[in-house]
Design a protein around this ligand. Structure first.
Ligand code: COA
Ligand code: MG
Length: 300
């Protein structure tokens, strides 16, 4: 059974450079569902050690922040950096560790051993997020997602586009197959999946369009690089209040049908079977979770 993080709300997941104390201080005050405290691409080689200490203190400072998923992104397994990344930051008890450029489940075993040790000795269940950002990672996504500690896949679309040798394209035509194949893998393995970043922070229209594209494809949320991207992502990756009301009507009508001993009913001209009622109940549960988040954080 996959761990509890697979049910957390992850509409908006903000990367925060571990080497920048200003962004690290600001991030927990924003309304992102999750933070990826980064030790990889946004941190210069000479700043790695200080970044680990910064991330550790942010983890301590946010330990009791409600409705905030705290993730540390470590350097790739083929580097000599990831082990120190983990041993220095794990005492801060992150909810998950994101590993970049994962290409096979075997690569997860080194970090997984440290996480299992943490759980056995201190009872803290920290899970793995695998970044899929190479062609081989996409091809092996199902095996990666099935690793027992993995609760989420994260698309690294910039690295993937570079590896596929495709131009930047607002329709993401060259990425489409890879995005859909990785979503299939995530769903088959019952883990969440987060779309890649939109790098132009001064293009809100382009960002909104890509968010909608991601939601239609089936992503649970989007990874972000700037605070201005949080509110649109939170809105896009959740049904609106009118849809939530419609879902309530469907669930209520189907429950009434069941009470009459029937298995189907019609709501506003549409057939409702158990699968539709279950789907509506699932969406409603996400919506209710988001309402709780917004109470604790009025910015949403
Ligand atoms: N997390 C938290 N706070 C952030 C932030 C982030 N990712 N990006 C910007 N901010 C803060 C800034 O510190 C600034 O705070 P202030 O108002 O208190 O001064 C505010 O948001 C506005 O920032 P802005 O001036 O518009 O942007 P910038 O020029 O400071 O930074 C980037 C632009 C792209 C360098 C920055 O957004 C960033 O570092 N993003 C993350 C990059 C990353 O992690 N990449 C790796 C994964 S792809
Ligand atoms: Mg990358």
């Amino acid at each position: 059974m996959k761990a509890s993080l697979s049910t957390s709300l992850l509409r908006s997941v903000l990367y925060v450079p571990g080497s920048n104390p200003k962004t690290l201080a600001k991030a927990p005050t924003l309304s992102a569902d999750g933070l990826i405290l980064d030790l990889e691409d946004s941190v210069a080689p000479e700043a790695k050690n200080q970044a680990r200490l910064n991330v550790l203190s942010t983890l301590h400072a946010t330990r009791d922040t409600p409705n905030l998923v705290r993730v540390v992104r470590i350097n790739a397994i083929h580097t000599d950096l990831w082990h120190d990344d983990l041993t220095i930051t794990l005492p801060g008890r992150p909810d998950a560790v994101a590993i970049s450029k994962v290409e096979s489940p075997d690569e997860l075993e080194g970090p997984a051993a440290l996480l299992r040790h943490l759980e056995e000795t201190q009872g803290h269940a920290c899970r793995l997020w695998a970044m899929i950002e190479t062609p081989l990672g996409v091809l092996n996504a199902l095996a990666i997602a099935r690793h027992p500690l993995v609760t989420c896949l994260v698309m690294g679309t910039s690295d993937l586009a570079r590896a596929l040798i495709i131009p930047g394209d607002p329709q993401r035509i060259g990425l489409r197959h890879a995005l859909q194949q990785t979503i299939l893998a995530a769903r088959a393995a019952h883990v969440q999946i987060i779309d890649g970043v939109y790098v132009n922070i001064r293009d809100p229209e382009g960002f909104a369009a890509e968010c909608l594209d991601g939601a239609r494809l089936g992503f649970d949320g989007k990874s972000l690089i700037h605070p201005s991207q949080i509110a649109p992502a939170n809105q896009t990756f959740l049904p609106g209040a009118d849809e939530a009301l419609a879902d309530q009507t469907i669930v209520a009508a189907w429950n009434e049908a069941r009470a009459r001993g029937e298995e189907i009913c019609v709501v506003h001209g549409k057939l409702v079977e158990r699968l539709h009622a279950d789907q509506a109940a699932q969406r409603l549960a996400r919506w209710e979770m988001a309402q709780k988040n917004s109470k604790s954080n009025p910015e949403i």
